[in-house]
Design a protein around this ligand. Structure first.
Ligand SMILES: NC(=O)c1ccc[n+]([C@@H]2O[C@H](COP(=O)([O-])OP(=O)(O)OC[C@H]3O[C@@H](n4cnc5c(N)ncnc54)[C@H](OP(=O)(O)O)[C@@H]3O)[C@@H](O)[C@H]2O)c1
Length: 322
């Protein structure tokens, strides 16, 4: 089978497309033919071992897994002897943020990879694009603890996480102000936010609106610069550690002050996020933004584009055999 392979950490150029043996599934695993997968920001972290904190999971000196890829949607083509919940032909999806080698035509998956049946009536592309960012978005939204009628500002609403956050908040009846750049406004409008601020024309920090929460889904702001936008017990969450790892530190300190707080959610329980998103996809209440599609052979270009920080939603890999 064709797979993206690397033996050291580094930029996209360390990746090569090679013909390697198809993996064999263990007794508690299934063999999946991959129909869709993304190149996402977690893949970039796994590829380059940045931030350094990735290394206990991905390998201290060399990557534990030669093939990159953290999410997939595909079809079961073989089933291990102890597996009774899947059959050959089932459409399945899965995600694991430390990697599951999905940048390949086939992969093996089990409980660790959170393999589950795909939501009915959903395409392979839409399923794969509703995993990585949607999982982080679900965790962030849960930790905002906002309710129907509350106001939330989402910075970076055109990103994969930001666009998922906007949709999850709108499903809760939250009033959403989305911040994005001029070219991405038409795509962000499809998410139905209540207001859009174009950051190329207006500094969102100058709005007179006050919010129950500010969620910076691209980590371009700071608590200090957004504090005045929050109502008295408002919550600030950033998807990034922040300068000097300030966000996790402030998440420890600010709750003691009984005022505006920073939270720094460590995303957990992937299976629960997948169940939540699966229900929304089936009901037509969630639709991932998809930006570019690259053939597997152009995976370096796909990583290069994701690393620009300019993608609008998700970047997909395609497999011409599918
Ligand atoms: N905490 C975690 O567990 C975790 C997990 C995964 C990822 N992350 C981090 O979360 C962030 C978002 O990931 P993602 O995949 O959603 O990102 P992404 O899709 O790459 O986000 C890029 C988007 O952000 C927009 N953007 C860039 N600068 C902006 C600014 N100053 N103001 C507003 N929008 C801006 C870009 O639009 P323009 O080009 O128009 O500016 C682009 O559409 C990344 O920084 C990633 O490292 C955190």
């Amino acid at each position: 089978m064709r797979a993206a392979v690397r033996h050291s950490y580094g930029p996209p150029e360390v990746l090569e497309i090679r013909a390697i043996d198809r993996p064999n599934c263990g007794p508690d695993q299934v063999l999946v033919r991959v129909h869709a997968t993304t190149v996402n920001r977690t893949d970039c972290a796994v590829l380059m071992a940045k931030p350094f904190i990735m290394r206990p999971m991905t390998g201290w000196i060399h990557p534990k897994r030669a093939t990159t890829g953290t999410d997939f949607a595909g079809e079961v083509v073989a089933v291990g002897a102890e597996v009774d919940e899947f059959e050959i032909g089932d459409r399945v999806w899965g995600f694991h943020d430390e990697g599951l080698s999905s940048h390949a035509e086939y992969l093996v998956a089990g409980r660790r990879e959170n393999v589950a049946k795909m939501p009915a009536g959903v395409s392979f592309d839409d399923a794969a694009a509703s995993l990585e960012a949607a999982h982080y978005a679900a965790n962030f939204v849960k930790r905002l603890q906002v309710h129907q009628g509350d106001r939330v500002l989402v910075n970076g609403a055109s990103g994969a996480i930001g666009s998922a956050v906007v949709q999850l908040l709108k499903n809760k009846g939250v009033i959403v102000t989305a911040v994005c750049g001029t070219p991405n406004i038409p795509r962000v409008e499809t998410l139905n936010p209540d207001e859009i601020i174009d950051y190329e024309r207006e500094d969102f920090r100058e709005t007179s609106t006050r919010f129950h929460a500010v969620l910076d889904a691209v980590g371009k702001s700071s608590f200090g610069r957004c504090r005045h936008l929050l109502l008295p017990r408002g919550v600030y969450i950033s998807s990034e550690l922040g300068w000097g790892c300030q966000n996790p530190l402030l998440a420890l300190m600010t709750p003691c002050l009984r005022g505006k707080v920073v939270r720094f959610p460590l995303p957990t329980n992937i299976a629960a996020s997948m169940q939540q998103i699966s229900a929304l996809l089936t009901e037509g209440k969630f639709a991932p933004l998809i930006d570019r599609q690259y053939p597997l052979e152009e995976i370096r270009d796909a990583f290069g584009y994701v690393l620009t920080g300019e993608k609008c939603g998700n970047v997909m890999l395609t497999f011409d055999a599918n």
